[in-house]
Design a protein around this ligand. Structure first.
Ligand SMILES: [Fe+2]
Length: 609
């Protein structure tokens, strides 16, 4: 009889569920996509329901249910850090204590009762509790292409661990070393995210995007005052500058005094100084990651590295790691943040029960199925929805749909592309994406200001046919999950040297929409064996333009979770300047659509990220 293992992450940020059976990932999804609350930290009832429905099973059919971390250990860490923080810590402790005591007292009871409420039967056994970094490590190692590898996890904080190095061999993961709270690269990066006026736990990638506009003139000060790096790769923070032990703020007066300026107010103008801070912390983060990678290599003797944890989403640091050639290859879990822990904790159970490695699908290098692990909608379901809505559309054959889409893209149109199973993890990888022509000099501006309604400094990422990637980008290895930054090849570059914020719209290459100010790009390599439809679209675009490259950004507006259903895609299409919506083989043109009736002012409904 098939064994099913359910993994859950919840109650911190990015709640998610994942279902594994016999070495295969059946389904995985973040709760935010269903609840429409970005980074939803609540119990992932909808995501669990979806996972069970995908397999056609109930909770009674599960061999195990596991939770991604250990609430009792986390509680002990909270008590201990509040106690060491003095009077400031006590005030915050009094606020959070009541909710924590309810959760800590009976975490299993609370989870079982939440599971009962989803109306899919009852689990036969209890709940197994994992540990946070082990769940990250399992998510990085088990689905990777490797039988043995070093594993590096770097995030803000789990229970105690903030950084951990593991050795993965077949179905075993052995902890080699760890760094504990409050010494955390994730929290150091978040401190600068906060200092530069962005939201902690979601604005870190904005800071990373800002870094190339700046000079790292504060990097030495950070290394002298804020963090001590040791030769063995370990590090510690100078806690007198940080406020997160005392409460909810990341940085306080001492931090501001050190740099001689206050925190930037959110949504206020971004200055060159903010860019310099971004460049400085990015440089330091890269140095820390390289030190840890060298340590991981020394401790394990492995030539391949798997990575997870929130810091693994820093694709600029990943690019740096790839170029440093400490390891022959690196593999990064696409759901590197805490959502991926739901997958990791379930994979751990599966590995334990079967004592076997996962088997990638035919033609795939890893077992992530391209991260296409969420809900899909058939053409019949799409048409039923569109007919009910009365939205004019055309249903085409697949070949016609591809030709029409490539044609629209080549003539400068912006396309909402909704195909197959939704991605698991924070990136849109061509299942719920907005696509455009990278050659178009207006595309970056149009997409930022009229479609995403977000800051204009933020770059867009290219997707490129894997077999042609090296022609356009300095890629050292495949990058199917858009998690490694590479330089645009020199032959495509234009002679532009300015790198300040005002030069955002300078044409730096023949693909200006995806070329960042430092001539880098966050590349997604598209593999025909993993996503044949997308590969065909790129091929057709190449036939028309000579570029097997498209701009790919997530299908959402700023602050909104990526769309999950055809209805959410249609609404996003109608509220933005997307020209063409492609839902499966159904094509909708903006000019044919009636105006939305009774639309609300959605920009006041969606909180900015
Ligand atoms: Fe984490």
């Amino acid at each position: 009889m098939r064994q099913y293992h359910l993994g859950i992450s919840a109650y911190y940020h990015d709640s998610a569920a994942a279902l594994i059976s016999e070495g295969n990932i059946i389904a995985a999804a973040q709760q935010e996509r269903f609840s429409r609350i970005r980074h939803d930290s609540g119990f992932p009832a909808d995501a669990i329901r979806y996972c069970l429905d995908e397999a056609g099973i109930a909770l009674d059919d599960l061999a195990s249910v596991s939770f991604y971390d250990a609430p009792n250990l986390k509680f002990r860490r909270l008590i201990s850090s509040f106690a060491s923080a003095g009077p400031g810590g006590l005030a915050v402790f009094q606020q959070v204590f009541p909710q924590w005591i309810r959760w800590k007292a009976r975490p299993e009871k609370r989870l079982l009762s939440a599971l009962r409420e989803i109306n899919r039967g009852q689990p036969k056994g209890g709940i197994t509790f994992g540990t946070h970094h082990r769940s990250h490590a399992a998510s990085a190692f088990y689905p990777s292409p490797y039988d043995s590898a070093a594993v590096l996890c770097i995030d803000g904080v789990g229970e105690w661990q903030t950084t951990s190095i593991w050795h993965g061999k077949n179905t075993d993961l052995t902890l080699k070393n760890a760094i504990s709270y409050p010494h955390s690269l994730g929290l150091l990066y978040s401190a600068f995210t906060d200092f530069c006026g962005f939201k902690v736990d979601s604005g870190e990638y904005k800071l990373m995007g800002l870094a190339p506009y700046g000079e790292p003139r504060y990097a030495q000060k950070i290394l002298d005052e804020l963090i001590t790096l040791r030769d063995d790769g370990s590090f510690s923070l100078n806690m007198k500058y940080f406020a997160f032990l005392q409460g909810r703020n990341m940085v306080g007066e001492k931090f501001e005094a050190l740099f001689g300026r206050p925190k930037r107010q959110p949504e206020s103008e971004i200055t060159q100084d903010d860019c310099d801070f971004a460049a400085s912390i990015q440089k330091v983060a890269e140095e820390v990651v390289l030190g840890l990678a060298r340590a991981a290599k020394k401790m394990t003797g492995e030539s391949r590295l798997c990575i997870a944890g929130g810091v693994a989403l820093n694709c600029v640091a990943n690019g740096c790691l790839s170029r440093a050639e400490i390891f022959d290859e690196i593999w990064i879990q696409p759901a590197a943040g805490d959502a991926g822990c739901a997958l990791g904790v379930a994979l751990e159970q599966d590995a334990k029960h079967r004592q076997k490695r996962m088997i990638p699908a035919s033609g795939h290098r890893d077992a992530m199925q391209g991260a296409y692990l969420g809900p899909a909608f058939s053409d019949d379901e799409v048409m039923r929805y569109l007919d009910e809505l009365g939205a004019p559309y055309q249903r085409l054959s697949e070949q016609q749909m591809l030709n029409t889409t490539a044609d629209a893209l080549a003539s400068g149109k912006v396309v909402g592309w909704f195909q197959g199973r939704m991605e698991f993890g924070p990136r849109a990888l061509g299942a719920r994406s907005i696509l455009g022509d990278p050659r178009n000099v207006e595309m970056q501006k149009t997409m930022n200001l009229k479609i995403k309604f977000r800051e204009s400094f933020r770059p867009f990422a290219p997707m490129v046919l894997a077999e042609r990637a090296a022609e356009f980008f300095d890629v050292r290895q495949e990058s199917p999950y858009m998690l490694v930054v590479s330089d645009v090849r020199e032959r495509w570059l234009k002679p532009v040297s300015s790198r300040h914020l005002g030069s955002i719209n300078d044409v730096r290459s023949t693909m200006p929409a995806i070329t960042h100010v430092d001539n880098s790009a966050r590349v997604q390599t598209v593999h025909p064996e993993i996503n044949p439809l997308l590969a065909q679209l790129l091929q057709r675009f190449d036939d028309m333009t000579g570029y097997p490259v498209l701009v790919n950004t997530s299908f959402n507006v700023r602050g909104e979770p990526i769309v999950c259903t055809p209805a959410e895609a249609y609404l996003c299409f109608m509220r933005t300047n997307i020209d063409l919506l492609v839902l499966g083989n159904c094509i909708l043109r903006k000019e044919d659509q009636p105006a939305l009736e009774n639309d609300t002012d959605w920009r006041t409904e969606i909180a900015l990220d």
